[in-house]
Design a protein around this ligand. Sequence first.
Ligand SMILES: Nc1ncnc2c1ncn2[C@@H]1O[C@H](COP(=O)(O)OP(=O)(O)OP(=O)(O)O)[C@@H](O)[C@H]1O
Length: 407
Amino acid sequence: MCGIEGSENGNVNDDDEIIENNVPDLNREAEKEFSLPIRSTVFSNQEIIPMLRSMNENQKHIFFDIRHWCLEKANGKHVDPFYVFITGGAGTGKSRLIKCLYFEISRILAPTLCNPDDVSVLLTAPTGTAAFNINGMTIHSCLSIFKSLSKDHATLSEDKLNTLRSKLDNLQVLIIDEISMVNKRLLYFVHERLRQIKKKPESCLFGGVSIIAVGDFYQLPPVKSKKSDKLYVNDPSNPLNYLWNELFKVAELHEIMRQKDDKTFAEMLNRLRIKKKNEIIELDDFTLLKHCMKEAPDRILHIFATNAEVEVQQFNNSMIMKYFSDPVLLEAEDYEKDKTTGTLKRKSSFYNSSDNQLPSCILLAVGARIMLIRNQDIKDEFSEWSDGNSTENHYCLQSSRNNIYSV
Ligand SMILES: Nc1ncnc2c1ncn2[C@@H]1O[C@H](COP(=O)(O)OP(=O)(O)OP(=O)(O)O)[C@@H](O)[C@H]1O
């Protein structure tokens, strides 16, 4: 991170793995008060209605099946919970279908809620970026699941559970996008938490809540998971196998909508999707791909396969060196809490871990655009930050808790 001023003397719960390091911007004082960040996602009619109208046959089929279930539920009929896995290659319209489903489910089930603040359906994803993409929340934050997924975190105190219950007692459907990034253990925690919220026995899967899992197992796998822990691996010796295998009914989207006007390209993408690493690409596909490769001008958005190519002295730095005359190298400062005095001391060396991924220094310049890709604590609510057009030579990121990140 950038230079940091300010310190915190809060008690830190060492068990909480969300606190990966005791840096000053991670004030866990606020954690003492349990507040629930659950919020309903709101899509406007203007946004959704054109999407509903333009669904393709495949999307409609899935949509109306789920809609039918909701209507039965809203009419007080006894319907069993359903577990569906909506899959399809990149650009087949999964995210779009999710938004339509969320809109329709919340609309149909709204009259079954006693309180307007209650939630009948939740829109979630396993990572912040994926959740942002669908205007949803992370599974961890809305179900109060800790990142560590250790047994100790399986249960919450009655107080915390009651807070969750007050909001989610009427939850009927949970939508999980990017399911390929969810492993068996996380799915088990989802089952456990829902069961606790709904006060149901172990045998009641997901506490009776229906699950719509969406994603593509050819896309991103769960971070740091053993092969047998991946959902699609049917391993009867794994005690958590039952929560995915044979439970979820598959609904597949086939038509690539993102490149729908370029059938040749879309078909090639479908062939590449199922290729294994090191498997030869057919000559025609290779030629088509080569044909699409063009030298991109420096200033347009570049996509790289690894963070290292972007960060570690590579693209970003070379662009700053090329276009700015006054680059500034900022070194990270790391603090740790002295367990006896509770005060924060600057560490002699920079905290480093393979999952931290923060650079130990960053090169900046006046006028260079900055994108904050990782906000350690959303409660910070950065109130100001440079959009890169400022002519000031001192940038300040002021958080709501008065930690100042100066750049
Ligand atoms: N029925 C449709 N009519 C018109 N456009 C559509 C339709 N379905 C999807 N699209 C468009 O196709 C593009 C890809 O859709 P979307 O992002 O939902 O796909 P996806 O399967 O979630 O992709 P990915 O797996 O890459 O995240 C978007 O621009 C979306 O608006």
